[in-house]
Design a protein around this ligand. Sequence first.
Ligand code: NOJ
Length: 599
Amino acid sequence: MIPRLIASALVLVTFFTATTNGQTASSAQPAATVNGYEPTWWKEAVVYQIYPRSFKDSNGDGIGDIPGITSKLDYLQQLGVSVIWLSPHYDSPNADNGYDIRDYRKVMSEFGTMADFDKMLAGIKQRHMRLIVDLVVNHTSDEHRWFVESRSSKDNPYRDFYFWRDGKPGSPGPDGKPTLLPPNNDPSFFSGSAWQLDPKTNQFYLHYFAVKQPDLNWDNPKVREEVYSLMRFWLDKGVDGFRMDVIPLISKNPSFPDLTPDQLKNIGKAYANGPHMHEYLQEMNRNVMAKYDVMTVGEALGISLEQTPLIVGDSRHELNMIFNFDAVRFNRDGLKLKPFDLPTLKAIYTRHAEGLDTHSWDTVFLANHDNPRLVSTFGDDTPQFRMRSAKLLQTMLLTLRGTTFLYQGDELGMTNYPFKSISDFNDIEVKNAYKAKVLTGQIPEATFIADLRTTSRDNSRTPMQWDASPQGGFTTGPKTWLAVNPNYKEINAAAQISDPDSVYSYTKQAIALRHAHRAFVYGDYKDIDPANPSIFAYTRKLGPENFLVLLNFSEAENVYKIPGSLDAGALVLGNLPTSEHDTNTLHLSGWEARVYKLK
Ligand code: NOJ
């Protein structure tokens, strides 16, 4: 049962959300700064990421599609999110599930048609939400027309759309013929060399990701014009911006020197921030973004916090915000999960608050399609604490600084998948790593699978669990492209929507709370107990409004004395019933989360 105090606070915030989804509130505000920030809709947004392949299938082929998304727009509106980020929906041979684009102006046939897309977009707008789409322009598919032309001959007009280089002479092969080695030692993120020899012209092309994902040459002005043109195509349709895939990698050093042993330890960093990155982002902004009211968020692989203001600073005219990887990967070591250490995570958020001023906006996220499930990675997905810790994590994501990005299914507390063998995986990154590490005897198979069970991207790509019917209601067909998590009978949307105690209902309340109080968006952030190993305690203060967030990141009960002379005040949100308020000493249960409004 929800205690009366919480219930009444929620009635208030739900009222705001029901009418605004966080949108009207922002547009009604005068342009004056708020706590030094210029208010904008994208700063106030709560973004929900859809991985279309796994969201909802409408035609029984076992693959999610756009009509499926359209059928769930009411669900998203009721949840209260204001912006949808759609992972790639473009025509693709799916070497990397759509992150390898064959035609930027066509919808992937498995997902539907352009008419389906237009209908979905209209449905999103009707519900006062917005849509951003994925912009994947560091590379294309090798089946893109530009690459098909490019590889056909050395003097093709498209040759210079990609990076082609001669190999280095290697020792003779078994047949005595000379062999060629790659032009340098750049590795691919997906195992092996980043260079692929193309027999047609006997030169190598660059692919930082899969062999089927050749990197575009942004130094060619024609490439940049093509990219700006396709961006305008989608903006003119009415989309509200872009999530930009691995955008810091677009500028390369064309002489491709070998990476040093140190650089090889962090190739994301080595490949990011090339000589013309800022110049190209500013040009893109002038040519495209400046002409529309859009939101841009860059996936900033390899960009440090110190470098962040150079991309997102207001006066830079590049991007609105980026995803730094420091928090989402803080407990990761390659394929392995490291022990969770709360003070380390807290220190990251403090560094962000101190390192980014009011002219550099931030993001907050801990999950997406490239990372394992939120509750399994940062919470406790055992039956006893799964729901509670999932709610705690949503409390945190929705009360921290920066635009919140939620990933599909986390609002239900969906968990990692019990992978047993390599055949359970779909991800090309895993399959390539298996060949490179397991089949060569570098890592025992059992260790590899055990590690991937906690860190694989496929954990978050299993189909959405809509109800308790076969395949979790994701499809009416007999098969799904990736197996549904066997826990769908217990964890599914239908069971949660009408249950006031569900993770879904709680997430809805937390979103409503954020939309109702600008302190969570523009307020100052202060960690009031940074060294505490199990309690995350922070305030968000904007003018007279001051909120205290308390999160118990452990299963142990904690008698917690709030540091300083603070009294908790009135409870506005909590994941367990409690009558404690207006007091300095609290009894927090395992994984309990509370938000108080301070007097
Ligand atoms: C980052 C994307 O998020 C990921 O899914 C993809 O594999 C790579 N970029 C390559 O596009």
